[in-house]
Ligand binder design. Structure first.
Ligand code: AMP
Ligand code: MN
Ligand code: MN
Ligand code: MN
Length: 290
């Protein structure tokens, strides 16, 4: 069976591995099809594509777009996007600019709480200087001894009600889905179990997402507890959405390993149904008599 991992990060956003090392690691972990989905950024895709050719695995160009929906941050993954598409590229550039302004305000907020130098510290942790995110702040806070690990850094800082958290308006859901589709891609709602919504708002989000042209939701993700998989598989089916699978890998030891999450439940309709990239695997399987 194919190992398909449609969500991970390189150091073009808040992952720790350069795109080529990330792809090599995926291949070594048994991944056949990998989507690189950096936050608001496509700069890693060319290097990932070259590494995928060398490792004889399939690279799906992707992105994870930061969105504000009804005052809450949600993430939309774009798969099979064209990273060179002008409208998508301009939209992502505008998000990155807002992200930089947010990072400065986060630094100021931490300074008011008595923690100086956070912006410079987070900036130093970021390889892509246009993409300073909360993970970079969290890694710096751990390095400086303000938190014992990443989880604790996010519990004591950087989250609503804590120092280092600032409100920020990301892209609209409509724009994010629109840019992805304009570039030829498929829009997938990332880790739906991570949002602070009850059933009613979850249903409204799924309806809104689908009405705007969203195609699927992540059912199996490193961000969902295994006890949640069934619920999201059922919801995908009930709302006419396909299902995706991805680890949301960021760094060795920091998150679940590339490719190492369960397969989709059998009744799910995979987002990759009908993708021409998978034809080679299907004809190979046929030739082998499967
Ligand atoms: P940002 O887009 O800069 O707000 O950062 C979001 C990223 O922070 C997510 O993609 C995760 O990588 C990371 N993150 C958020 N919450 C947590 C958490 N509780 N523990 C570890 N990482 C987290
Ligand atoms: Mn991240
Ligand atoms: Mn995410
Ligand atoms: Mn992610």
């Amino acid at each position: 069976m194919l190992n398909i991992d449609l969500h991970c990060h390189s150091d073009a956003s808040d992952g720790m591995l350069p795109p080529d090392a990330l792809v090599a690691r995926a291949a070594a972990s048994g991944v056949d099809v990998l989507a690189l989905t950096d936050h608001d950024e496509v700069a890693g895709i060319a290097a990932a594509q070259a590494a995928a050719e060398a490792a004889a695995i399939t690279l799906i160009p992707g992105v994870e777009i930061s969105v504000t929906w009804e005052g809450v941050t949600v993430h939309v993954v774009g798969l099979r996007i064209d990273p060179a598409h002008a409208e998508l590229a301009a939209g992502l550039a505008s998000i990155r600019q807002g992200r930089m302004e947010r990072a400065r305000r986060m630094g100021e907020d931490l300074a008011r709480a008595g923690i100086a130098g956070a912006f410079a510290g987070a900036h130093a942790h970021a390889t892509n200087k246009q993409m300073v995110g909360r993970t970079h702040f969290a890694r710096w806070l751990v390095e400086q001894g303000h938190a014992r690990d990443l989880r604790t850094a996010f519990r004591h800082f950087l989250t609503r009600g804590n120092p280092g958290y600032v409100e920020h308006e990301w892209a609209s859901l409509e724009n994010a889905v629109g840019w992805i589709r304009a570039s030829g891609g498929t829009a997938v709602l990332a880790h739906p179990g991570r949002y602070p919504f009850g059933a009613r708002d979850t249903h409204r989000l799924l309806d809104a997402f689908r009405a705007l042209g969203g195609d699927g939701i992540e059912v199996i993700t490193g961000s969902h507890h295994p006890s949640e998989y069934g619920k999201w598989a059922d919801l995908a089916r009930a709302f006419g959405l396909k299902a995706s699978r991805g680890t949301d890998f960021h760094a060795p030891g920091e998150s679940v390993e590339l490719g190492r999450v369960p397969a989709l439940p059998h009744f799910c309709r995979p987002v990759w149904d009908g993708w021409p990239e998978l034809d080679a695997y299907l004809s190979l399987a046929r030739a082998q008599g499967f």
